[in-house]
Design a protein around this ligand. Structure first.
Ligand code: ADP
Length: 409
């Protein structure tokens, strides 16, 4: 009977799932899907890896499905699908592990309480990430729940990369740069040795450009700097997030515009970025297809900030061997890749326009001093790997303990 791992990624209005099977030592994706439209018009969809539809359902108007209801539905669906397969654990994407959780952890009531304390650090994501863990612990207390954090990969950064120049007592209270998208960066760092051993041992910058967007400087497989900080709003302009702002802007909004904290939160998380600048859309496809000058300006600003952050991260690395594009925009928008790479010529990038247009994996010329790659990210696989590893090491520890107590008695 093959072992299976389910990966859950719960957001404010959806719970995405992926099912992996253990086959000959590998984790093979089997099913993926989501319940989306929570609290409004909920629908469920499940697909096989080749895209074939396996199941779908829509909830009637007026039936409000929340996170708990969605999780219950998913668990029942997966249990039915899993007949003949042994579910060994659920891996959860959790945005914030604070400075405590520098690696994945098996969640029990105590850990869950600790993770709750990070809600103020990621108020728009953390509560939703934790809801399915809480529910699963209630419904299936015997099934291991593993939390994998977006922050963990960055704990290797030097202090200067993690600090704000504010008084020490605030830093000690946790006001520091944590960094996010760590599971995506970790996946890319694990993939790079296969295609570019030199860069994997050297210095690279990964551009995770999705609705949420950030960039990370990686040296010898370890994060040394990144653009997101205390929260996932720092750094690049994103779909609806502002990216870095002069802190004076926040003071001005509070003081002169009399905006309260919630209004500012809404402004910088949901009304800014590509949407705020264009006034049209947060979706890069829509902006690239638009003739509207504001849409053009939003795209210009996005590329300009990437250009500046590339320089900054290259300086933090003290050199550069490779650039990697990933996530929705990074993987699918050749126009953006072309602009970023042309802007990066001074860093030693010789761009291959044809390879880029054809969607090849390497989009720099053979002679380019800095190699440029397009690598689809796979955060779900990273979570499944972590979950399996943690469960295996927990079993080994228990076996060793038992052996110890048997030999000791
Ligand atoms: P999330 O952060 O929500 O996981 P994704 O990684 O799915 O986001 O990225 C979503 C972004 O990718 C959107 O801005 C979308 O417009 C963009 N995108 C997806 N496909 C394309 C494409 N073919 N061309 C340009 N942008 C694209």
């Amino acid at each position: 009977m093959p072992n299976a791992i389910v990966v859950l990624n719960a957001g404010s209005s959806s719970i995405k799932f992926s099912l992996f099977l253990e086959r000959e030592g590998d984790l093979v994706p089997d099913l993926r899907g989501q319940v989306e439209g929570l609290y409004t018009a909920a629908r469920f969809i499940s697909k096989a890896t080749d895209g074939t539809l396996k199941a779908e359902k829509r909830w009637p108007d007026g039936v409000e499905l929340g996170h708990d209801g969605a999780l219950d539905y998913l668990v029942d669906y997966l249990r039915a699908e899993l007949s003949g397969i042994r579910l060994i654990g659920i891996g959860h994407r959790v945005v914030h592990g604070g400075s405590v959780y520098t690696r994945p952890v098996c969640v029990d009531g105590k850990v869950l309480k600790a993770l709750d304390t990070f809600v103020p650090l990621a108020p728009l994501h953390q509560p939703h990430n934790l809801t399915p863990i809480r529910r699963a612990l209630e419904r299936a207390p015997e099934l291991p729940q593993v939390a994998c954090f977006d922050t963990s990969f960055h704990h290797t950064q030097p202090d200067v990369a993690r600090m704000f120049a504010i008084p020490t007592d605030l830093r000690e209270a946790g006001v520091m740069r944590y960094g996010f998208h760590g599971l995506s960066y970790e996946f890319i760092a694990s993939f790079l040795p296969d295609i570019d051993p030199k860069a994997a041992k050297g210095k690279s910058i990964v551009l995770h450009l999705g609705n949420g967007a950030s960039m990370c400087a990686i040296e010898e497989g370890r994060s040394i700097a990144n653009t997101m900080g205390f929260t996932a709003v720092e750094g690049l302009p994103m779909g609806t997030r502002s990216g870095s702002l002069d802190p004076g802007v926040i003071l001005y909004l509070l003081d002169q515009r009399k905006m309260d904290v919630r209004a500012i939160e809404k402004l910088i998380y949901t009304q800014s970025g590509l949407l705020g600048v264009s006034g049209i859309s947060s979706d890069m496809r829509t902006l690239l297809a638009s003739e509207n000058p504001q849409a053009k300006l939003a795209v210009d600003l996005f590329c300009y900030r990437i250009r500046r952050e590339l320089g900054s991260l290259a300086a933090a690395l003290g050199g550069l061997d490779a650039i990697v594009f990933t996530a929705g925009i990074g993987e699918n928008a050749p126009v953006i890749r072309s602009r970023v790479c042309r802007d990066a010529a001074w860093l030693g990038v010789e761009f291959d326009e044809t390879a880029n247009a054809e969607g090849l994996r390497r989009i720099s010329t053979d002679s380019s001093r800095v190699a440029v790659w397009v690598i689809p990210t796979n955060e779900e696989l990273m979570i499944a790997r972590h979950t399996r590893q943690l469960l295996e090491s927990t079993i080994k520890e228990k076996e060793n303990e038992n052996r110890g107590s048997t030999t000791g008695s």
